[in-house]
Design a protein around this ligand. Sequence first.
Ligand code: TYD
Ligand code: MG
Length: 467
Amino acid sequence: TSKAKTAYVCGECGGEHNKWQGQCAECGAWNTLSEIVLEPAGAAAAKSPSRRAGWAGKVEAPKVTALSDVRHQEDARVSTGIGEFDRVLGGGLVGGAVVLVGGDPGIGKSTLLLQAVAKMAGGSPAGGPGFSSLYVTGEESLGQVAGRAARLGLAVDGVHALAETGVERILEHAATTRPRMIVADSIQTLWTESLTAAPGSVSQVRESAARLVRYAKETGTAVFLVGHVTKEGGIAGPRVLEHMVDAVLYFEGESGSRFRVLRAFKNRFGAVNELGVFAMGEQGLKEVPNPSAIFLSGGSLQQPGSCVMVTREGTRPLLVEVQALVDSSPLSNPRRVAVGLEQNRLAMLLAVLHRHGGIGVSDQDVFVNVVGGIRLQETAADLPVLLAVLSSLRDQPLAEKTIAFGEVGLSGEIRPVPNGEERLKEAATHGFRRAIVPRANAPKAARFQGLEVIAVERLADALEAAG
Ligand code: TYD
Ligand code: MG
């Protein structure tokens, strides 16, 4: 029962193992474990039976209290001054919350947080006091940060900035200036003196984050950790931090598109899958509070291989275009590529299409893409995906102004999805005229606010309706 000095952490899922192994026992990924050095066990910490890796802190004797005697906090929320940001956070920022903001390099994470910090420092329009923040930059110089603020036209009067990567010094600074919020940009640049590992390594990232988490909880300071996600996900990615923080937000978008989507992936203080939508510009990120139709590709002519759906990620309906390209494959094992959707779901849908729709694509490459860099997680995308695939296979566009949504079951049944009527309303508002939807989602009448509703029960019905 000797104390472990090292542990093996999966770079994919953050799972922790006592010994090295080729495959992560938690997520099944191969060759993703790397050894991390745990903080040298201090005497005080070692005494605690509940000591967890990276949480070596002062441990006070636990005290049992009747829960009814505990003064509970109404999670008082502070607005970030950016409505779409607040929406994704679950209605604003909670004191002591640690929020990881992940995303590809260059996607706009620093810009978003700098805008939020500046807005918050300016106080509320109603004349409330400014919210003091500390913006810690480990990647850019103070000059660069100030330059960006000036370029974006931000009022940065109350914003304190610090170019520093040592966690100990950052916390010293915070202890004296007592900001109510700290932004650490980025977590990959931070390091703690207690470990010899290089900055950016899994152990440094974890331990630095753990220090900031502990500080946040002890002082009630809100902390944003910015983390770069690499495409490969191989290096000490923010994923290893997902377990330690209260909320994980991902900032996403296509490089060619000016729209950016902030998505809650985990949120202890709000709903997940809530989307915040922004448009990028010279003046920084602008909110798109009514994003409904921005993810349509915008061509006026209906193309083969395209199907518009109404998705409802979070609390808003959103019109999204699903595109498919089906092409005869030279490979014995044709490709199935899904961008913005789960790959396995696509494979399953193609199997259902074959078995219950009588349409085989086993000699075809199938590519499916969700326009605008949106990622669809709900099963309502099933039917639109199959209609787009069919349309591409036949090289026949769907009828003009058609939308679809619905889950496809393994026996070829079309199953209802939540909020059917709201989705239909949204489609009608945007001038769509035809909707192919699950029977259980269809209103009684065949017309709904100018929309011809085609209710389908089986995949075969849906394929027929699509022409
Ligand atoms: P940046 O915020 O630095 O990205 P990240 O921190 O995620 O790596 O943004 C990348 C670049 O894009 C930067 O040069 C600023 C520019 N940019 C704009 O000009 N307007 C915008 O609205 C955004 C978000 C970024
Ligand atoms: Mg940055």
